[in-house]
Design a protein around this ligand. Structure first.
Ligand code: ASP
Length: 476
């Protein structure tokens, strides 16, 4: 009996086990390759090693756009408007509660442990690769709001709006990258930067879904189109997911080769690293478990165990967007209602990043501590607000949090260049925070499904009754 149970457990979790082996194999391969070459590997050689992982990532990324839009439209379009309003409200409560808890936890930990005041600052070993972007915090905030309303949907698939401030003639950049005093009077221009405007497409999907739900029979053909598109994307996901072990292995191995100095994890930066890690762990297994228990009267550990594949993929790819297809596929396998998962998870993957919010708050205060800046309570509140906004604005791609970090630093008057103080360990922290970002979305879907079960069943019953009445009328 026992061997049979072991066999069925193995076959059920085969892919997860293989993907975990992929991460372990990638780590071992990375360390072996690092050690066989004293003088390191060239960028071209690393590119060759990364190639397989890159192909895997490209396949996942290709699914994101059609999946996000079609999922949201089909989920909202097939629900009664009052029910989708309730589910939407529950999602917003959940996202905002978890993000606020994450930020508070991060702030408490960094203020209590004070990693920036322990020991001497670690030497900065990674390259100074943070080009200064001269914009004000309010510009970044306004861009975030502007991007909610893309003027051109095709353009939104390829680029985001960004404010660009043009310096006066003869402007010499400050080597410390502090904001110039006269920046408020610089000429204002704009450009469409790289990356999909996912936020804008999510809003479009929500509006389209609401419209189709309102249109009833007239909107049915379009709704069927989005349903079919979403299903087709899930079928492709079922194929791509089997490449996870190999893809993740080469992504991890090549990342380990790219990093110049692994010893940065020791010393002062090591304490900062541990604080973020501790915060992520406490949030993932403490706060989220409590919220899960309060909302469902169940413990989340079984659900977390079933999400193994999702968590390892998030760790391997460092991208919550790239993990989205796998998250939806896993939640389908767990038997969750697609009307909830297709609604809650794509929106969560775009705006709900608890791990990133926690990290932004810890990192900004850590840098202030290293620079010897005394923070007032107002500063701490400003950091928590901007860290939340920065996590909403961060794209679900590797190290996006490091880019939006500049906005958080700006609120306490620290130069953007100071992100180099944390850059050396960011590649690894990114993987952990992405794992928590994705876990929070997936657990949110479980919670909201459990809370909405009765209403979904009532909606199904109503639909059945309506169909039956139609049928009887047709027969008569
Ligand atoms: N890599 C993270 C994600 O995709 C974002 C970040 O914190 O950099 O969720």
């Amino acid at each position: 009996m026992a061997p049979r149970r072991f066999k069925s457990c193995l076959s059920e979790n085969l892919l997860t086990i293989l993907t975990i082996l992929g991460v372990v194999g990638g780590t071992v391969l990375g360390f072996i390759l690092r050690n066989v070459r004293e003088d390191g590997w060239s960028a071209r050689e690393i590119m060759y090693i990364q190639f397989t992982g890159d192909l895997y990532l490209r396949m996942l990324k290709a699914l994101i756009l059609p999946l996000i839009v079609s999922s949201i439209v089909s989920a909202i379009g097939s629900l009664d408007l009052s029910l989708s309003g309730k589910i939407g409200a529950r999602s917003i409560y959940y996202y905002s509660t978890t993000t606020v808890c994450a930020v508070i936890l991060g702030i408490v930990l960094v203020l209590v442990i004070r990693p920036g005041e322990i020991g001497t600052p670690s030497e900065i070993t990674e390259g100074n690769n943070t080009a200064t972007r001269y914009v004000l915090t309010e510009d970044t905030m306004l861009d975030l709001i502007r991007n909610l309303f893309p003027p051109n949907l095709i353009q939104a698939c390829t680029g985001q709006y960004r404010t660009v401030l043009i310096p006066p003639e003869g402007f010499v950049p400050d080597p410390n990258a502090t904001m110039p005093d006269d920046i408020g009077s610089w000429e204002i221009s704009s450009k469409y930067g790289d990356g999909t405007n996912t936020l804008g497409l999510v809003i479009f999907g929500i509006v389209m879904g609401i419209t189709l739900a309102k249109m009833g029979d007239l909107g049915k053909p379009l709704l069927d189109f989005f349903n079919a598109l979403s299903e087709a994307m899930m079928i492709i996901t079922n194929w791509v997911v089997w490449l996870s072990p190999i893809g993740v292995m080469f992504l991890v191995a090549s990342k380990l080769l790219e990093i110049k100095d692994l010893s940065a994890i020791l010393g002062q930066m090591g304490v900062y690293f541990m604080v973020v890690l501790l915060g992520l762990f406490l949030h993932g297994f403490g706060t989220l478990s409590i919220i899960y228990y309060v909302c469902t009267r169940e413990l989340p550990f079984k659900a977390i165990a079933q999400m193994g594949q999702v968590l390892v993929t998030a760790f391997g790819t460092a991208s919550s967007s790239a993990t989205l297809p796998i998250t939806l596929q896993c939640l389908d396998r767990m038997g969750l209602d697609p009307r909830i998962t297709r609604f809650v998870v794509p929106i969560g993957a775009t705006i709900n990043m608890d791990g990133t919010a926690l990290y932004e708050a810890v990192a900004a205060i850590f840098i202030s501590q290293v620079r010897g800046l005394k923070l007032s309570i107002v500063n701490v509140i400003a950091i928590s607000v901007t860290a939340t906004a920065a996590s909403i604005g961060a794209a679900g791609i590797p190290q996006a949090g490091l880019v939006t970090m500049v906005m958080v630093l700006d609120t306490v008057g620290l130069p953007s260049k100071d992100v180099i103080l944390i850059i050396a360990v960011d590649w690894l922290l990114d993987r952990f925070r992405t794992t928590i970002n994705v876990m929070c979305d997936a657990l949110g879907a479980c919670i909201i499904e459990k809370m909405s079960k009765g209403e979904l069943a009532a909606a199904d019953q109503l639909e059945e009754n309506v169909e039956l009445t139609h049928l009887r009328k047709a027969e008569a």
